[in-house]
Design a protein around this ligand. Structure first.
Ligand SMILES: Nc1ncnc2c1ncn2[C@@H]1O[C@H](COP(=O)(O)OP(=O)(O)OP(=O)(O)O)[C@@H](O)[C@H]1O
Length: 278
């Protein structure tokens, strides 16, 4: 009896330790996996991971079904791929490690910023867009959400400055060397300017719209980012989101759309966006 009681006490202690340590353990792993997924989302690594999952499932299935030759072939293919991976993805791996070292790994996306900071940022973007609209200064401003836009940021010129309407207006002044292309905002900072975005091939876009608008729509077809466009020709302000272009916005309209789409993502929607097919 004494022995059983001692065993029970012992088990309880171990279980308590197990619970706390395991919860911390699981939370750390979940956080690291989540950040890694955000890091690779929208990059070509996603396709590769899908391919690896298919191969893994096929390997397991061939073993279960005793398809020995197929299993042998798949196993050696997997081994070969694992050796080839670091070579093929050397640039991505280097960037990921640089990010980790640079503290970007722990950077808060815009949708997770404090309410006050986010609304101040939105005000600056709206002020810049309206001011550029009045002077018919063409502009393309991208706000990154959960999908990592690192690959696009690297097509431009790094700025890394706190976002203000004045900074944005200065970038898009026709004489500025950075006015061609898109400015990308990450969190509360202007990450880069003169970035090249993918063009949309949608036939639904009006013919009167040129490449600036097509670039805004193209990006939002492939990511969850938001893009604000000011037309150089007409001064019209538009906003693209999820492949849709909202045109001829006034100050209140642009402000309302930005507030709506830059709402903090709930845990569920943040995770579900990781699995969305784009
Ligand atoms: N792929 C791209 N990525 C980022 N910016 C681009 C891209 N293609 C074009 N642009 C920007 O769009 C400008 C050309 O705009 P264009 O006149 O073709 O488009 P638009 O939609 O008619 O816009 P606007 O009404 O301002 O004239 C370029 O000077 C460049 O700044």
């Amino acid at each position: 009896m004494e022995y059983l009681r001692a065993l029970k006490d012992n088990l309880n202690i171990n279980l308590d330790v197990f619970n706390i340590v395991s919860i911390i353990d699981i939370l750390i792993v979940a956080f690291v996996l989540y950040r890694l997924m955000l890091l690779i989302q929208g990059t070509r690594a996603v396709q590769l991971i899908k391919g690896m999952v298919v191969l893994l499932v096929a390997t397991a299935a061939s073993s279960l079904l005793n398809l020995n030759t197929v299993h042998w072939l798949l196993r050696y293919t997997m081994t070969g791929l694992l050796v080839a991976l670091p070579i093929v993805f050397q640039p991505e791996l280097r960037r990921a490690l640089e990010k980790l070292g640079g503290g970007d790994f722990f950077a808060r996306p815009l949708t997770q910023m404090a309410e006050g900071d986010r609304s101040a940022l939105i005000n600056e973007v709206v002020r810049a867009a309206l001011s550029m609209s009045a002077t018919r200064t063409g502009a393309l401003i991208v706000l990154e959400r959960s999908t990592g836009l690192q690959e696009l940021i690297e097509t431009g010129v790094k700025v890394d400055g706190i976002v203000s309407a004045e900074l944005l207006m200065n970038i898009f002044i026709t004489k500025s060397p950075l006015h061609d292309g898109a400015a990308i905002i990450r969190g509360d900072r202007l990450a880069a300017a003169a970035c090249v975005l993918p063009l949309s091939e949608s036939r639904e876009l009006s013919r009167e719209l040129g490449t600036r608008h097509r670039a805004a729509v193209g990006l939002t077809e492939q990511s969850d980012a938001v893009a604000v466009v000011v037309s150089e020709e007409t001064g019209n302000v538009s906003m693209a989101m999820e492949g849709t272009l909202y045109r001829r916005l006034n100050e209140a309209g642009l402000h309302e759309l930005l507030v709506k789409y830059l709402q903090p993502t709930t845990t569920r929607s943040a995770f579900s966006s990781l699995w969305q097919r784009r």
